[in-house]
Structure formats: structure tokens, C-alpha cells
Design a protein around this ligand. Structure first.
Ligand code: XXG
Ligand code: FE2
Length: 355
């Protein structure tokens, strides 16, 4: 079923701003995000920890909330004006979505919020007013070798990527890169509001689920420092994939799994996309440099695992199966680590072959 384009104008979204994660053991999650990843605690109580990155001036980029089922309670976007909250209400009401406007005070550090269950089943949140807190950019006395400086993007798992892309375009997002095959199946798409490669990506799979939330470091060496720290703490199991260089986005990356299995990406140095004629980059699903520029294999768990998302009552959303081909099935062989790049056989580049 296609999602109709609303007549009401979309809210003007500035950027992805925060994610609310439900975690089963608040102390363990706090240790991971604060003691290991060095996010900054803006405020906390026995149920909730509000965290921000070092260059942030709004109250939080990540909320950890204690709860029974690890899941995502909100993908939160900042909108340009207070009127954009009214636009969000009209836009999603017209789509027949459940919409709740919550007065200032419901979420600490932000003014009125609009929460919706969007047409794909994701809990989206919009806010404009914020409490300003100290931007710690110049507080180098607080920066550690693996300093996380900004929230960069979300990544969502959804069964029908073209359907998701059309709805997100109606919401004002633009595609910057995608992965397709020769039959026109789309496996993933990266979409932006701010002028980077993305604010969120749509990854094909059983959904709605949250694939990851990403934080940026200034430089590549900061990511290597996080790997070294995890090794020193005997926490190398938290590293799922990387470090490496993405094909898509050209960014340097590392994927971690938090104590509940929520996936966090550490990401740096993608490129400017703010021109009106920014060219879209389409990757062939058979190009084994698309997800790792050095050709390193993607571990199967990265394709299969993702976090549940909640409805507005706090119940996990049921999953809809992807019916299109799955990227893992078309690109990973029985050993889990084969390559399928076209032309490999005739050029003798297949793994294990010699020229
Ligand atoms: O942010 C990203 C990602 O979505 O996490 C994954 C940029 C690129 C990639 S990919 O694995 O496709 O290179
Ligand atoms: Fe990512």
C-alpha cells in the first residue's frame, strides 16, 4: 500500500537531534555510554540519564530510560520554528497516524514535543524549543582520545525501502546515496536534511526496527582510540564491525553493540551535500566495496540484528517481513564471507584464486 502525499506542508526539519533508548540495566548502559564512550551527562535520576556530545548545546542527544524491553522510544528531530510543530501535527494527522502533542515538561530540556507513530511504524518526535547548556567544544580538558562531538544520524530497518523513501521525500528529506541491483531492487537509501550524507537511512529488512544511532568524532584516530580503549578494558566483544572506511558516504566507521545489543556507530568525515544539485550516488549491490571501501566483509549479525521500536503506549511494534531480496542473501555466501562482485571470476579476483 502506498503512502499518500499530504496536502499539508511538511514541518521544516533541521536535523536529527536525539534518540530515546529503553535499556534493561541503567547502570550497565550508563557505564557503556559515559565511562567507556565519554558522552556527557547533562542530567540524571534513578530512571533516566540525559546525555550529550561535546559540541552540543541542546540538552541531550541520547536519553537512556530504564524499562522492561530494550527498544527505541523516539527518533527525535529538531524543527526550525514553533509553527513547524503545528505542521507536523497536520502532516501526520492527514496521513491517519496517531499523533500526540505533549506540553513542555514532558521531556526534560525541550519545550513542546509532537510524537507520532509514523506510516512506517516508527516513533518519531519533533521539538523546537530547547534549554541551552554549555557547549563543551573548547573544554579540551574534558576531551578524551575517543571524544564524541556530535550526533550524526539514525538508521532504520523497514521492509519496503522505495515506499519509505517516497514518504521521507514528502517529509522533506533528499536521497544522497542508495544501493540497488540490476533489476531495480533497492536495498538501502541514505537521506538528509542537514548538509551531510544523512540524518537517517532506510535499510531493507523486517521492520520497523532501529539499526543504529551514530555519533561523530573529529578525526579517524579518535575511532582507533575507542578500539584501543575497548581492548584495554577487555571489552572487544562490544566491537561488531570495523574499524573501516565506508564506500557509501566515504566516512570512517566503527560499529559497537551496547549492553542491550543496541547498535551504535562511531562515524567521521563524510562529505558536504548541501548544494541543490548534489549528485545521488547509486551503488551496485554486487560491488563488494560499497559497504567497506577496503573490501572487508560485513559480519552477518550486522544484516540480521536490530532493535525493536515502541508505539506511543510503550508497546513493541510488530514486525512486517521484507519480501524483496535481502542484501545478505544476495551478497554473502554459505561461509558468510564470500564476495559476489560481477566480473570477479573472469578477472581471477575471487577470494582464494591466484592470478
Ligand atoms: O552510515 C552509514 C551506514 O548506514 O551505517 C552504513 C554509511 C555507510 C554505510 S555502508 O555500510 O553502506 O557503507
Ligand atoms: Fe550509519
Amino acid at each position: 500500500m502506498t503512502i499518500p502525499t499530504p496536502q499539508s506542508p511538511a514541518p521544516d526539519i533541521v536535523r536529527c537531534a536525539s534518540m530515546e533508548l529503553v535499556v534493561s540495566d541503567l547502570e550497565a548502559s550508563r557505564r557503556f555510554y559515559v565511562d567507556v564512550l565519554d558522552l556527557v551527562v547533562t542530567e540524571e535520576d534513578s530512571e533516566t540519564v540525559y546525555l550529550r556530545s561535546l559540541e552540543e548545546f541542546i540538552h541531550h542527544n541520547l536519553i537512556l530510560r530504564k524499562g522492561p524491553v530494550p527498544a527505541v522510544a523516539a527518533f527525535s528531530y529538531r524543527v526550525r520554528t514553533p509553527e513547524d510543530l503545528d505542521r507536523a501535527v497536520a502532516f501526520y494527522t492527514e496521513l491517519g497516524c496517531r499523533v500526540e502533542r505533549r506540553a513542555e515538561g514532558f521531556v526534560r530540556g525541550v519545550g513542546d514535543t509532537v510524537r507520532v507513530t509514523d506510516p512506517l511504524g516508527f516513533p518519531y518526535e519533533f521539538f523546537h524549543d530547547v534549554e541551552h547548556v554549555e557547549r563543551l567544544a573548547w573544554r579540551y580538558d574534558l576531551h578524551t582520545p575517543g571524544a564524541l562531538v556530535r550526533i550524526d544520524h539514525f538508521n532504520q530497518v523497514t521492509p519496503d525501502v522505495p515506499r519509505a523513501v517516497r514518504y521521507m521525500e514528502d517529509l522533506g528529506f533528499r536521497v544522497t546515496e542508495d544501493i540497488q541491483d540490476e533489476e531495480g531492487t533497492t536495498y538501502a537509501a541514505w537521506m538528509r536534511r542537514k548538509p551531510t550524507v544523512h540524518d537517517t537511512a532506510m535499510t531493507g529488512g523486517d521492520g520497523p526496527r532501529m539499526h543504529h544511532v551514530a555519533f561523530a568524532t573529529h578525526e579517524k584516530h579518535n575511532i582507533l582510540a575507542i578500539c584501543d580503549k575497548l581492548g584495554a578494558l577487555r571489552m572487544s566483544d562490544a566491537i561488531e564491525r570495523g574499524p573501516g572506511r565506508h564506500g557509501v558516504s566515504n566516512a570512517f566507521y566503527l560499529y559497537l553493540r551496547d549492553p542491550d545489543g543496541h547498535r551504535v556507530e562511531i562515524y567521521t568525515q563524510d562529505y558536504w551535500t548541501g548544494d541543490p544539485d548534489n549528485p545521488v550516488v547509486t551503488w551496485d549491490v554486487h560491488d563488494n566495496q560499497r559497504r567497506d571501501w577496503w573490501g572487508n566483509p560485513v559480519v552477518p549479525s550486522w544484516y540480521t540484528d536490530a532493535s525493536l521500536v515502541l508505539d506511543l503506549d510503550g508497546n513493541p511494534q510488530p514486525l512486517t517481513k521484507r519480501t524483496d531480496a535481502s542484501e545478505m542473501a544476495v551478497t554473502i555466501g554459505a561461509d558468510g564471507f564470500s564476495y559476489t562482485r560481477k566480473g570477479d571470476a573472469e578477472h581471477g579476483f575471487k577470494l582464494g584464486n591466484t592470478l
